[in-house]
Design a protein around this ligand. Structure first.
Ligand code: HEM
Length: 415
């Protein structure tokens, strides 16, 4: 049986793999690095403590099992005042839905409601309308030369969808989007001090914005989700300030969860579509493959490459002892290329229609998955039916992060 102690040569080798992973080149193509990591063991010690998991079966097992918890507020406090976990942005995010454990998680998740068929249909009409508007602008630009698909479409569609659904003024959308890009570092694998400072500043501004929004909506309620959450929380929480705070955390997290992840999916999917002319032709001839193309994009390169959990008690994971409170990093991006799970995992196969972990699994399964799928499928369908074939102008640049993928540009031209 293994344990978390590692020979220093192994430790150095893993550190070097992670240094490569954190560069722009590593992020442009992390998969060969994941393969090297897997060769060192599907469950291996992380140089900074805890474990790294690259096998699909073990990632899924951890996500489904009640033995593994979210690093919640109490866990973060135990890590001490001088760690990243004590940063104000980390403390703030620890009070949002995905950082809660039962029974609090169950209560808050129920209060959030879900995207039922009716609301998805309603949002769907709005999504189709926004997609058409964005593709009109893209088309116009393309006729004059090349265009950045990421800026014109991928970044715009999620903020227009969520902004409209939550009833946020469109003048606020660009600033909110910037803030979501900044806050993400507190959820990154190994943020440095200046990245954490950016997260702290962004989170403080988002707190002021959303608490103001909740108080405003309380004065003028409507049939939007924020007003609905106020009604729900007024029934759960007698103290109005506490009810407002609970609604603030829901609205905040929906915005944080929905923007970057969906924008990354839209860009990755479009990159996969335009970098190979055969894929465009295939989809144009068989539009029924659109949902499967989206699922394969989510497998091939998911927006979130790392999901973390902590052990609720001393346990054994794939033959390795893990102490209570120890963290495991589930390398979902690596697990999606696990040859034990997927045949020919490095090939993109639009017919594969895989199950995957891009939206997590278990009690924290993404609440917004139906909405993300709706946006991606609508965009893909409209692109292949409305536009002439697009082609990639140059390889895009990636943000040098590990857990949260982000294409900084996606320059395309007419083929
Ligand atoms: C492609 C787009 C998206 C991806 C890849 C994604 C991914 C994820 C993942 C991996 C988790 C679970 C994290 C964990 O297990 O610790 C999660 C949770 C969540 N997501 Fe998404 N998400 C996406 C879009 C959205 C959208 C559009 C919304 C809202 C409209 C949303 C709302 C949420 C919420 C509220 C949770 C917390 C669920 C809970 O902890 O119970 N997500 N998402």
């Amino acid at each position: 049986m293994g344990s978390l102690a590692t020979p220093s040569s192994d430790r150095r080798a893993t550190i070097s793999l992670f240094s490569r992973l954190r560069t722009a080149e590593g992020q442009a193509d992390p998969f060969p690095i994941y393969a090297e990591l897997r060769a060192r063991g599907e469950v291996s010690p992380a140089p900074w403590g805890g474990l790294l998991v690259s096998s699909y079966a073990t990632c899924e097992q951890v996500l489904r099992s009640g033995t593994w918890l979210e690093p919640d507020t109490a866990w973060r406090e135990r890590q001490g005042a001088r760690t990243r976990w004590s940063a104000p942005s980390s403390r703030e995010i620890s009070r949002t839905l995905p950082a809660l454990n039962p029974p609090e998680h169950t209560r808050v998740r129920r209060s959030a409601g879900t995207f039922d068929r009716g609301s998805i249909d309603q949002i769907g009409r709005r999504v189709s309308h926004v997609v058409d508007r964005l593709l009109d602008t893209l088309d116009e630009r393309l006729r004059a030369g090349e265009a950045d698909f990421a800026a014109l479409v991928s970044e715009e569609l999620p903020v227009a969808t969520i902004g409209d659904w939550l009833g946020l003024p469109s003048a606020d959308w660009p600033r909110l989007r910037e803030l979501t890009h900044d806050q993400v570092f507190t959820q990154e694998l190994l943020p440095n001090a200046s990245q954490l400072a950016r997260s702290d500043a962004a989170m403080a501004e988002l707190r002021t914005y959303f608490l103001g929004l909740v108080r405003e909506r309380r004065k003028r309620p409507g049939d939007d989700p924020v007003s609905q959450w106020i009604r729900t929380w007024d029934g759960l929480e007698p103290d109005q300030d506490k009810a407002d705070e609970a609604v603030y955390f829901l609205a905040l997290f929906v915005l944080l969860a929905a923007l970057e992840t969906t924008a990354t999916l839209l860009s990755t999917m479009t990159l996969l579509l335009v970098e190979d002319p055969d894929r465009w032709s295939l989809l144009a001839q068989q539009p029924d493959l659109v949902p499967s193309f989206v699922e394969e994009s989510l497998r091939y390169d998911p927006p979130t490459h790392v999901i973390s959990r902590v052990a609720a008690q001393d346990t054994i994971l794939d033959g390795t002892e893990v102490g209570a409170g120890e963290m495991v990093h589930l390398l979902v991006g690596a697990a999606h290329r696990d040859p034990a799970r997927f045949t020919d995992p490095d090939s993109f196969d639009p017919h594969r229609n895989p199950s995957h972990l891009a939206f997590s699994w278990g009690i924290h399964y993404c609440l917004g998955a139906p909405l993300a799928r709706l946006e991606a499928q609508t965009l893909l369908r409209r692109m292949i039916t409305r536009l002439p074939r697009l082609t990639l102008a140059r390889r895009p640049a990636s943000a040098p992060r590990v857990a949260f993928r982000r294409l900084l540009n996606l320059d395309v031209t007419l083929a």
